[in-house]
Design a protein around this ligand. Sequence first.
Ligand code: FAD
Length: 603
Amino acid sequence: MAVPSLHLGRPVGALGPRTIQVSTRTRLSQPVSIRRFQTTAQRRDDGNTYDVVVVGSGCSGLTAAAVAAKYGLKTLVVEKSRFFGGTTAYSGGGAWIPANKHQPEVGITDDSFEKADGYLKRVLGDLYDQTKVHQFLRQGPKMVEWMEANTEMKFKPVPLPDYQETIPGASAARTILTKEYDGSPLGRRLLNDVRYTLEGYHVFGSLQVDPAEIPVLTNAFGSLSNFIASSSKVFRYAWDVIRFGKGAYMANGNALVGRLLKTCSGEGVTLWKESPASKLITNDKKEVVGIVINRSNGGPTTINVKKGVVLAGGGFSRSEEDARKVFPHEWSAAPKHNVGDGKNMAQAVGGYLPPPNPNNGIFAPISLHKVKDGPIRRFPHFSTDRTKPGAIIVAPNGRRFGNEAEPYQEFVKKLHQLNISKAYLIADRTFLRKYGMGLALAAPMPVRHLIRDGYLIEAPSIRELAQKIEVPAEELEKTVAAMNEYAKTGVDPEFHRGETIYDKFYGDPSTGLPNSSLGYCVRAPFYALPLYPGNVSSTYGIATNENAQVVDAKNQPIPGLYAVGCDSNSVMRGEYPGGGSSIGPGMTFGYVAGHQLAGKALE
Ligand SMILES: Cc1cc2nc3c(=O)[nH]c(=O)nc-3n(C[C@H](O)[C@H](O)[C@H](O)COP(=O)(O)OP(=O)(O)OC[C@H]3O[C@@H](n4cnc5c(N)ncnc54)[C@H](O)[C@@H]3O)c2cc1C
């Protein structure tokens, strides 16, 4: 790391603690040496008092905690679930950060604050909030630089175009991914405390794969180098399982959580799992001065908080009551603990819940695997299958209703508009073996159990498939025949699939067909997979200002209270301008909150 660690006994660098807190919001400037007389143990043993308490261990909360701890604040992260990482650990780990330092690596040299601002103004329309958008655009690139210089975070660029690519100001690459991470330094206990990726996003229990590895692994026997790379990955995995009880190679959102957790543990952040926060405590000046935590190993504990509480509980998409009010669909792939505790706690101390946005979540079509006597497994279909050549999606009338490869937010909005509560992804055997369909992974992974459970429906002909899923057979046959014709000509006259940079990005040029997004559906058996409109997060939450402070109905900050990530009303207000529009702002405002708490000026 470029900046020395703040651990005592080692040199204190530019970020070293220069203040100590003597009472709520009273700061006394002290030379660095005063802190040096305290040992780490003394700081930790300071009863139930912390400078900062962060509620939730996703990307937003852990970023705030990492920044606060790096500046020397005594920080506690409480996590409700048995695992750290929240929805973030399930995610692709992509962060949408315009004008970030990595864009030139993929040839983008013309991005700027002004360009991105113009784009957001157009995408958000009436929802555009200049103060918050400007803070996001100003601090996002700085967050990336600061995190890479001071923490374990490492990003990498991806040439994924913005999702409204025809709108002026769009860029061809603003999304950055988390670099894959060898989680061995987390140690056996912490590694096992990281939330597993969603079913279907790993193989053999916990072997994770970076997107860049997929072409190699799905063609392991295609060349000697593919074979060597694939088998060494499997051997490494087996060795990790012996050492740690699970795979230590972390990719995507798991790598993001692994890197942030490593930073937090290295900076002495106290991490409590199975410890839901339930209530904020205020003093007579309405300042937040404490929080009640219900620890699994011993009743409610009141924690005194000197500087502030950061609510980062990941929103409410799994709260049946709140979700029903704002989502026109039933299913969410977020973890079951994300039920709006942060929003509820904030409201109880005067935090303002604005009226809902036109859209209130990150949408994705979801397939459901109902296992006997077990929870329903939910697989969000972002890009792994429905965007690939040969995928066809039909409504219950057997007809297509849009471009299958469209960005997920827009695709589900269309389902809502057309009132389609169930659609079918249709493909043939070649497609299934090459790309997989949801939880049915590409060859050589077995799929029989999924057919047996009714998750994936198989039939020897399109006609019989139509009968099995109860859609009009003639219509489905006509649809498939038309798509086969489009694959040949390379033109989809109905919905223009394959014409955008986005469609091409997720297409497959290796088919050799004229349009990398269009392919054939001709080889029996044929498959159908039911898809439902759903979400992976709520994005509607408690009102915050540009400093991530929770505000009341008069837009006045509630002292000592911050909300970030999906607990706050997103700066994107439920729109999705590009890949990573949740994690990008979540980490940026986590970074902002960390600076505010530490009393460090933001540039
Ligand atoms: C498969 C998948 C892929 C995705 N890919 C992307 C992507 O690439 N880019 C992107 O921007 N978004 C993506 N998303 C969405 C994104 O993951 C989330 O919107 C984002 O991670 C939310 O971050 P967060 O910090 O707000 O909350 P979370 O990561 O959900 O963390 C919140 C945590 O708070 C805990 N919590 C809740 N209540 C309490 C309480 N009372 N006390 C203590 N803890 C509590 C929860 O248990 C949870 O662990 C994806 C989602 C999924 C499911």
